[in-house]
Ligand binder design. Structure first.
Ligand code: ZN
Length: 223
């Protein structure tokens, strides 16, 4: 294991709007940045290629890891084509776009990976503000996991969540402030139907992204 390098951050990077904004946030706040993309059995593996391209353009060393077992553990509409995607949040829990254990596994694996690379800072694009009821996007979960990871490996990891308390329009504003508005708008893939940029326009992820963008563009045009 290399000595801990507090100047480097590892971004859990999917190639979507949120994690791309986080990638540029990390580039601004750390001397060096690396990105880790997970293949978790998602239906649209194009997002892995998109993540690689964006990382390359951003000059960030990129790593990928196959953890496809995660998608098979819990039945959900992002990894199982036979599950019809919930368009709205059901009253009794998160929509079936929730991949149980995803952030738990991602961050745990990222921490082990980071440790092996001498990195103690992890960055993830989870947000409690816009969350669709995903429990593993909540601040309490992240803080709890941070403590557990530190205890489990006797390390001092710091999980950074720059988007935790901001909504989608503020995430657009942050990307703009970081000089990454165009790359986030035109290159990223957020759509649950696997269409980059503005996406299919119909799925819950596209709706959330578009509403945030429209709100932000209105604010920007007034300034
Ligand atoms: Zn879509």
């Amino acid at each position: 294991m290399k000595p801990i390098n507090k100047e480097t951050a590892l971004v859990v990077f999917s190639g979507g709007q949120d994690s791309t904004t986080c990638l540029f946030w990390a580039k601004k706040n750390f001397k060096s940045v690396e990105a880790l993309t997970f293949i978790y059995g998602q239906k649209h593996v194009a997002e892995v290629e998109i993540a690689e391209q964006i990382a390359k353009e951003a000059g960030v060393p990129w790593h990928k890891m196959d953890v496809s077992f995660i998608g098979k553990l819990g039945r959900n509409s992002l990894t199982d084509s036979s599950v019809v995607m919930d368009q709205d949040k059901p009253a009794d829990g998160p929509p079936n776009t929730f991949v149980p254990g995803r952030n738990l596994f991602f961050l745990s694996i990222a921490a082990v990976f980071a440790r092996e690379h001498g990195i103690s800072h992890l960055v993830t694009g989870v947000s409690e503000t816009d969350f669709s009821g995903y429990p593993d996007c909540r601040d309490a979960f992240i803080k709890s996991l941070n403590v557990s990871l530190n205890l489990s490996m006797d390390e001092q990891f710091v999980i950074h969540t720059p988007l935790m308390w901001i909504d989608k329009s503020q995430t657009w504003a942050l990307a703009d402030e970081l000089g990454a508005f165009d790359i986030v708008r035109y290159r990223t893939l957020t759509c649950y139907n696997g269409i980059p940029s503005d996406g299919c326009g119909e799925c819950p992820a596209c709706k959330l992204r578009r509403e945030g963008l429209e709100k932000y563009l209105k604010i920007r045009s007034r300034v």
